[in-house]
Design a protein around this ligand. Structure first.
Ligand code: ADP
Length: 550
């Protein structure tokens, strides 16, 4: 028997039209570095998205199914592109502006982007790249920045405001199949070459609903979210789409991502929520410790992209800001798990749940697979690789324009689940705890040492600002941990003390304690602000670190 229900396609244009009409007064506030930020309502964003779509279709010939690149910070114009492109049937292709230029050029060529929307402040990055982007025919520039660096460039250059001026504020959005492409994002390549993930209208629609559920971020039009996570990093974790569903106000930092302006933004604009990777929260903590600011508006914060050190969570608890831990990937849209504790627990009882990666929502299934391919029980002890499946989980990678999707064996199981490359355990009540990425785990004499556990324990020491632990080759054990430590300003600690701290306070078993140590001025970071362990391993191999052996 078939159902008797309507079959309305789950498309981005429906989210846009709902947001601009029902939540027309909600706002996108973009930091400008000027005394006043730029403020735009959802109604205005909707009008401007329609005008942008007209301009792109009528003047630049953008067609359905065509990827259009954005090289932009988090700001109102980027939100306009987020809605205009998929709604008109094109594909939003966000470019990670922190990638090395040769990787960016490779990605633009792989997607065969013909049009690039760019912020004026990023022209110094784009201009020297253009000779290496043969597919690009049009560049559309928005916001402040010296346009003259594009003089003599091969593609045609347009000013965003001039291009959209005077166009109709309504667009007859095509009725698209919800399974067609809406957006694409390449992985940041922390552990390998970038791979393209192509999201559908349906996957984004369903993911946005999940973001808005109370068991996930659970925000409403009473809230303002500070979107620090870049719009090029897995669609800013789904926030721009989710906000238009429920009218959540957005506070966009544009290029002002340093701790001091972020602290000022929070104090002045009073967001109730924010989302960013741990290194951002580490930086902000150091800033407000040195120069106290009022962060009390921020009731909760979504933190993920890398393991959140429990000491960081505790430090923000003391500031009255609750960090909520989440796990996800480019391939998972990214919402995979979120760590809200079960009901009815005291603060003390909640703690062990809060520091896990959290529970799967109903739309995501997870399983653990052992080294022999066997499925492991959810007993809180059996460690294996996490595999997931669901309606907003990738089932393949983009194979290039005209190419077939790619399903590498090391990324997808035979029955179609995504192999995450993350290793961990799941408790009987469904809480996932990741111990490491498979590629970062330290294999010492046949036993595994979790680099994340050592890092978390080290970062709990009062003198330690950041710590990254990597596997290095060892004659006797195969691999051993190398601990690289950044000390807080003015703080001192010797290696023996830190090692002792790991054993006593950190509860680390003796055989897991690192014997190789290095104090460094900063931990190298990836393009999305995660510890870059590839770089640390390389520095060690090339003798670039001042290592002490205990
Ligand atoms: P990249 O793989 O290039 O870093 P992604 O942003 O897609 O790009 O990274 C996804 C990976 O980030 C996950 O597979 C996992 O290793 C890590 N990760 C994300 N969130 C967490 C978290 N809360 N705890 C530990 N690791 C995390």
């Amino acid at each position: 028997m078939y159902s008797t229900m309507q079959d309305v396609q789950l498309t981005i244009s429906r989210i846009l039209e709902h947001g601009r009409r029902v939540h027309g007064a909600s706002t996108v506030t973009t930091w400008t570095g000027e005394p006043e930020p730029q403020r735009r309502t959802f109604a205005e964003i909707g009008d401007r998205a329609a005008r942008l779509a007209h301009a792109l279709a009528e003047d630049l010939g953008v067609r359905q199914g065509e990827p259009v690149a954005t090289l932009m910070w988090n700001n109102a114009e980027h939100v306009e592109a987020y809605f205009a492109l998929p709604s008109m049937g094109a594909v939003l292709h966000t470019l990670n502006l922190r990638l090395p230029p040769e990787q960016l050029a490779w990605i633009v060529g792989h997607a065969a982007d013909r049009v690039v929307l760019v912020n004026g402040s990023l022209l110094p990055l784009l201009a020297p790249l253009l000779p290496h982007l043969p597919t690009v025919e049009h560049v559309v520039v928005s916001g402040p920045g010296d346009r003259s660096v594009l003089d003599g460039a091969a593609p045609r250059v347009h000013d965003y405001e001039e291009l959209i001026a005077g166009r109709p504020t309504a667009y007859a959005w095509p009725e698209l199949d919800e399974r067609t492409a809406a957006a694409m994002c390449y992985t940041s390549g922390t552990t390998g070459d970038p791979k393209g993930v192509v999201y559908s209208h349906r996957s984004i629609y369903l993911h946005s609903m999940q973001v808005n559920m109370a068991e996930s971020m659970g925000l409403t039009d009473q809230d303002t979210t500070l979107v620090v996570v870049p719009q090029f990093h897995v669609n800013a974790w789904g926030l721009p789409h989710a906000t238009f569903m429920t009218g959540i106000n957005m506070l966009m930092p544009d290029r002002f991502l340093q701790p001091a302006p972020l602290a000022e933004m929070i104090e002045r604009e009073k967001p109730t929520h924010a989302a960013a990777v741990p290194t951002i929260w580490q930086g902000l903590l150091a800033e407000v410790t040195a120069h106290p600011r009022d962060l009390s508006s921020m009731k909760n914060v979504t933190i993920g992209g890398a393991a959140c050190p429990p000491s960081l969570m505790a430090a923000y608890d003391r500031l009255g800001v609750r960090l909520v831990h989440a796990w996800g990937m480019t391939e998972t849209s990214p919402l995979g798990t979120m760590a809200h504790p079960p009901a009815g627990l005291s603060a003390e009882e909640e703690w062990p749940y809060r520091v896990t990666q959290g529970r799967f929502p109903a739309g995501v299934e997870g399983r653990l697979v052992g080294p022999g391919g066997e499925h492991l029980p959810w007993d809180g002890e059996s460690a294996g690789e996490l595999e997931v499946r669901g309606t907003w989980i990738a089932g393949a990678y983009f194979g290039g324009t005209g190419g077939d999707p790619i399903r590498p064996e090391d990324k997808f199981s035979e029955d179609g689940w995504l192999k995450t490359g993350d290793v961990g355990v799941i408790s009987p009540d469904g809480y996932l705890t990741l111990t490491d990425r498979a590629k970062d785990v330290i294999k010492s004499g046949g036993e595994w040492i979790s680099s994340v556990e050592l890092e978390n324990a080290l970062m709990a020491h009062p003198a330690v600002a950041e710590a990254a632990v990597v596997a290095v080759p060892d004659e006797k054990w195969g691999e051993r941990p190398l601990a690289t430590v950044v000390l807080k300003e003015g703080a001192e600690a010797d290696y023996a003390t830190l090692r002792e701290f790991l054993a006593t306070e950190g509860g680390i078993a003796k055989w897991q304690l690192p014997e190789r140590w290095a104090i460094v001025s900063a931990v190298p970071k990836t393009s999305v602000g995660k510890f870059d362990k590839k770089v640390i391993r390389k520095q060690y191999a090339e003798g670039g670190l001042d290592v002490t052996r205990l």
